[in-house]
Design a protein around this ligand. Structure first.
Ligand code: NAX
Length: 323
């Protein structure tokens, strides 16, 4: 069965990577035909036309039809998977609260379009920032779709944490398991290696707490800025790669001996308030996800998690009129 995949902001940096990786079969496998529906704002439609031409020129075996549009109701029509990447960047002099409100409007329109046009079993990944609160707004505007269908991307942070730990311990990323990013996709996120394994050894028996607190955590939290400084542009290929990891694990299942980090609607687990999109350790099976329960949280972890929860509660307060 062909699948319909929506990408918003498809002419942007991340969209330009994502569309080609999905079309080449890297999301659902080469055997599954994907029809792409690419959404942009009207002034970017010409650039999007160029993206569609390049997709055509790749002659991908897995690629079916490509639709380009500036109309959300067309973009989300029969959508099975949606990557909500398009968002308004923070402009000069703009406060975080202004950014929240500007983006809230975009995501409330898109939530309604998902509600009215998408497949009722759609899986939605919000990448556009502030991703967690944008996901909350999208879900609130799609009352006929299960709130569990809406998630926000923490996988880039998760992958960054794995890479930093591998580098520090002179091991390969593939040997590192059970890393968690808790909370918000912002600098309050809590990268947690309490339960992480390097091969069969506890990471905490190899690295010391001073490195964790003074190097590892701030590095992961601020990696986005480090990339901007080096590249002059924000992370794009790594973000697209993480978006594919997130969605393919959700649909096809995550590794049995590991977990991933996904921001999903909080259900009160670990004492987090209901009704925010919070990142937890997650396993996925048969197209569903579950929160990994009963992990021990020491005082440092609890305080770090609470700080990120607090930020998400404040974000929700700022846009509560749109919920
Ligand atoms: P770009 O500015 O390159 O692309 C964004 C695209 O979205 C533009 O082409 C723009 O025309 C389009 N757009 C804006 N409003 C739209 C709307 N209402 N409907 C459809 N399209 C719309 O940004 P890019 O580097 O691709 O980043 C996209 C978003 O991802 C940003 O909000 C960015 O902050 C966020 N990120 C989130 C990450 C995460 O881990 N959650 C990491 C990477 C990235 O920073």
């Amino acid at each position: 069965m062909p699948k319909t995949i929506t990408i918003t902001g498809a002419a942007g940096q991340i969209g330009y990577q994502l569309a080609f990786r999905i079309a080449s079969g890297q999301l659902l496998g080469i055997e599954t035909t994907v029809n792409l529906k690419l959404l942009e704002i009207t002034p970017a439609l010409e650039a999007l036309k160029g993206v569609a031409m390049e997709l055509e020129d790749c002659a991908f075996k897995a690629l079916g039809k490509v639709t380009i549009t500036d109309d959300p109701s067309i973009a989300f029509g029969d959508s099975d998977f949606a990557f909500l990447v398009g968002a308004k960047p923070r402009g000069p002099g703009m406060e975080r609260s202004d950014l929240l409100i500007e983006n809230a409007q975009i995501f409330s329109v898109q939530g309604k379009a998902i509600n009215n046009n998408a497949n009722k079993n759609i899986k939605v990944l919000v990448v556009g920032n502030p991703a967690n609160t944008n996901a909350l707004i999208t879900s609130a505007n799609a009352p006929d779709i299960n709130p569990k269908s809406f998630s926000a991307m923490m996988r880039l942070d998760h992958n960054r944490a794995i890479a930093q730990l591998a580098k520090k311990t002179n091991t390969h990323s593939s040997q590192i398991k059970k890393v968690t990013i808790w909370g918000n996709h912002s600098t309050t996120q809590y990268p947690d290696i309490t339960n992480a394994l390097i091969g069969s050894e506890k990471a905490k028996s190899i690295v010391d707490q001073a490195w964790i607190e003074n190097d590892f955590i701030p590095r992961v939290q601020k990696r986005g800025s480090e990339i901007i400084q080096a590249r002059g542009l924000s992370s794009a290929a790594s973000a697209a790669s993480a978006a594919i990891d997130h969605m393919s694990d959700w649909e096809l299942g995550s590794s049995a001996d590991d977990w991933i980090s996904m921001a999903i609607p909080s259900d009160g687990s670990y004492g987090i308030s209901d009704g925010i999109i919070f990142s937890y350790p997650i396993t996925c099976k048969d197209g569903e996800y579950n929160i990994v329960q009963e992990l021990d949280l020491d005082q440092f972890s609890q305080e770090s998690i609470k700080a990120s929860e607090q930020e998400l509660l404040e974000e929700r307060e700022a846009i509560k009129h749109l919920l």
